[in-house]
Design a protein around this ligand. Structure first.
Ligand code: SAM
Length: 200
């Protein structure tokens, strides 16, 4: 499985999703608890972007839990380590680099590590989207499922969407990839913006 997939990703890929997420987080009363799932999380740039957004929108020590999953054990290990080449951080402002990353020195020069403040908000786990054995008990407020459904045929996409619908709260937000369109599943999700859906 590890060999079959592409892992291309970046920090704050599709910036408009993070702007919408920040507004959504700020729109609820202070102290609201958030449960978020980022699947197909690849090497971690996407889940770290989500928790940076949460810390900026909600302040320090938010009631915010992110489950970050992928099918590929190698990319999950990279994500959990949270260590990146400095050139991979170029999508981040200098302020974000300073606030959320520790720059390596001496033999670690050229590398940066995500601070514990980010890592303690994330649980990394292995989930295969096309298997019916997802380990979740509590429903999610927000789901990121971006740039992975393009690899599935239409019936598989529909089955995965039905399962995502089942693990989300009504009114929850689903973010999908720029080339993904689920308008034929409007019985499950209502389009709310460019590649942003609301769970019905
Ligand atoms: C192109 S990357 C997308 C990364 C990130 N979501 C983004 O948009 O930047 C696709 C990811 O989907 C994962 N993937 C592929 N098939 C999967 C499956 N059946 N279940 C879970 N993850 C899968 C791959 O391992 C890879 O990390």
């Amino acid at each position: 499985m590890n060999a079959l997939t592409t892992n291309l990703t970046a920090f704050f890929r599709e910036q408009h999703h993070f702007d919408i997420l920040a507004s959504h987080l700020r729109s609820k009363p202070a102290g609201t608890s958030w449960r978020v799932w980022c699947n197909a999380a690849s090497t971690g740039e996407e889940p770290y972007s989500i928790v940076m957004t949460a810390l900026e929108a909600l302040g320090a020590n938010p009631s915010f839990k992110l489950m970050a999953s992928d099918i590929d054990s190698r990319v999950l290990a990279t994500a959990a380590a949270g260590i990146y080449r400095l050139e991979n951080l170029k999508g981040l402002s200098a302020e974000r680099q300073q606030r959320f990353f520790l720059k390596g020195k001496a033999s670690n020069a050229g590398m940066a590590r995500a601070k514990p403040e980010l890592q303690r908000l994330i649980e990394f786990l292995s989930v295969n989207l096309i298997r019916d054995d997802w380990p979740f008990r509590e429903p999610f407020d927000v789901v990121f499922c971006r740039n992975v459904m393009i690899y599935f045929d239409a019936p598989t996409q529909r089955r995965v969407l039905e399962r995502i619908h089942r693990v989300m709260k009504p009114g929850g937000m689903l973010f999908v990839g720029h080339a993904e369109n689920f308008s034929e599943s409007r019985d499950l999700f209502t389009l709310r913006g460019k590649t942003v859906y609301e769970r019905r």
